[in-house]
Design a protein around this ligand. Structure first.
Ligand SMILES: Nc1ncnc2c1ncn2[C@@H]1O[C@H](COP(=O)(O)OP(=O)(O)OP(=O)(O)O)[C@@H](O)[C@H]1O
Ligand SMILES: [Mg+2]
Length: 535
């Protein structure tokens, strides 16, 4: 006999738990207050919708991750008492928390005071780092999954992080079920998780930074009604600067939250504790226990990354207090001659630079051999240029650069504005080469027609090229054209186009934000001269 989780009468016994009352209906099922008949204690019993039990992969992952979560013993991880399947339903029994959750808190009170946010998220970070060290990635860090206990009214409300591994990634990364129902929020999901890639603890760092932004402003960082606009924003839109809305919050905190929301996980702080630690000014590192001003009383492809859980090397974080040392390190450069531009640049370098700038500087010198199906030659390219490929109707385009901007060269709507935002955010990631696999042969036509044909192939309507005549490109005859490709009223890519006399004929478009073009021309020439056709 099967139960429907929505309609369990009080008194019903399921897997040894007697239902008392419904607490709330969530995205994946229903949470009841129940009673453990054998152990004689209250529990919260979450029953997942039957469609989840019907999905083998989900069921296996649910059981595996519930066990793993139960094995991580941490004061801020909600204790799990039992999990499994009964009467056709997946259930999870956990400690019953009398209190509220952070989403309800936000809805009731609006943006929260900084000290309170740091305290709640410091405890949450501590729970997440412990989970990462045990090989578990949460994947669904959000205010609704942070519970606040009111069991002990005399002290800070205790923080419990819940719902490990309970993402709705049953058929895709976006939480859309087979029935097409959307089952959760997309407000906090990391770009790599959206793409269905390998996910590690840095996806939780991203989500935690988005949660910090939300708690401090009252709304999520990327606030679009439309799901696809929301996903696109996570992948391409510059993370907003908190202090534009909360000018009284120190700008370092705004910068650190932005760093937590970096598109590339290697540009984020390395652990959740590091993120919140860097947000914690010394004055807040050891807040008085109660009633300090502003402190509230009390306190992808389907399952592509199922097994790709790799723990971060967790920064040890003391329970209950984010480490203040990181703040000192990050801010040391700002002290003394505080706020002079040099120091600001140095601090920015410390926060973003070590992971972002250095690899790119060295990567310009380090080359790897690039070869790909459909491209009848090899090239030696900078190591930082990764290969992204996309069908574009009749032809195909390969883009070699740090940022994935295939949508631009596939001439998709929105892609110009999105690329312009990436140029603002990370200009060096928009330096590279686009290869149009099959392009019109331009050798035997008049120069004007040649230019027209190539301009029409480039994104948008406004590309402007000048013919620079014939040249030998590596081992191959080619025509070269130089020009510009406007992305917005203020952002322009400069391009160097080479139409190759290969078979099939191919078009190579070197591109860089205009102000970075000159310093990359040498790299482009070297890549061009490295062209070899297999004998
Ligand atoms: N252990 C618990 N003790 C008391 N209340 C709980 C407990 N777990 C969850 N709740 C309450 O039930 C609500 C619904 O939880 P649930 O996890 O089903 O949904 P959600 O977190 O809103 O969404 P999602 O399904 O996407 O996680 C929570 O917001 C919380 O208020
Ligand atoms: Mg939940």
């Amino acid at each position: 006999m099967g139960f429907t989780p929505n309609y369990l009468e009080p008194g019903t016994v399921l897997a040894g738990y007697q239902i008392e009352s419904m607490i709330a209906r969530g995205g994946m099922g229903v949470v009841y207050r129940a009673f453990d008949v054998q152990l004689n204690r209250p529990v919260a019993l979450k029953l997942l919708a039957p469609e989840f039990a019907a999905n083998d992969k989900f069921r296996q992952r649910f059981v595996r991750e519930s066990r793993l979560a139960a094995s991580v013993d941490h004061p801020n991880i909600l204790p799990i008492y039992g999990a499994g399947e009964s009467s056709g339903l997946l259930y999870i029994a956990m400690r019953y928390v009398r209190g509220t959750d952070v989403r309800a808190e936000l809805e009731a009170r609006g943006a929260l005071p900084l000290a309170e946010v740091i305290r709640i998220l410091g405890d949450t970070a501590s729970a997440l780092d412990a989970a990462h060290a045990a090989g578990l990635v949460h994947r669904d860090v959000k205010p609704g999954n942070i519970l606040l206990s009111e069991d002990r009214a005399d002290v800070h409300r205790h923080v419990y992080l819940t719902d490990f591994g309970l993402t709705k990634r049953t058929t895709s990364a976006t939480g859309v079920t087979t029935a097409g129902h959307f089952l959760g929020t997309l407000d906090y999901v990391a770009p790599e998780q959206i793409r269905g890639e390998y996910v590690d603890g840095r996806a939780d760092v991203y989500a935690l930074a988005c949660v910090a932004y939300t708690l401090l402003t009252g709304h999520p960082p990327f606030d679009h009604d439309d799901d696809s606009a929301q996903l696109w924003a996570h992948m391409t839109e510059e993370p907003p600067f908190l202090c534009a809305e909360r000018p009284e919050v120190p700008s370092e905190i705004g910068l650190i939250i932005q760093a937590g929301m970096a598109k590339r996980r290697e540009d984020r702080p390395t652990s959740c504790g590091a993120l919140i630690g860097m947000m914690t000014p010394p004055s807040l590192a050891n807040p008085p226990p109660v009633d300090s001003p502003g402190v509230a009383a009390g306190s992808a492809p389907e399952d592509a990354n199922d097994d790709a859980v790799s723990p971060l090397r967790a920064t040890p974080v003391q329970h209950g207090r984010p480490p203040g040392g990181s703040w000192h390190a990050a801010m040391a450069l700002l002290k003394g001659k505080a706020w002079i531009p040099m120091a600001l640049v140095a601090a920015l370098f410390l926060i973003f630079g070590a992971s972002l700038v250095l690899p790119q500087m060295s990567a310009t010198n380090e080359r790897v051999l690039f070869r790909s199906e459909g491209i009848p030659y090899t090239l030696e390219i900078p190591k930082s240029w990764t290969h992204h490929i996309r069908d574009r109707g009749e032809s195909t385009v390969s883009v070699l650069s740090a940022a994935d901007i295939t949508a631009l060269f596939a001439d998709e709507p929105e892609a110009m504005a999105a690329t312009a935002r990436i140029v603002d955010l990370e200009p060096a990631s928009v330096v590279g080469l686009a290869i149009y696999h099959r392009s019109p042969r331009v050798s035997n036509v008049l120069p004007a027609a040649r230019i027209d044909a190539v301009e029409a192939l480039l994104p948008g309507q406004a590309a402007k090229l000048t013919d620079r005549g014939p040249l030998t490109f590596g081992e191959v005859k080619a025509r070269r054209m130089d020009g510009i490709l406007p992305l917005s009223s203020t952002v322009t890519l400069q391009v160097r186009v080479c139409a190759l006399e290969t078979d099939p004929s191919q078009l190579l478009v070197f591109f860089a934000p205009s102000r970075l073009f000159e310093e990359n021309v040498r790299v482009f020439d070297e890549v061009a001269n490295s062209l070899r056709q297999p004998k």
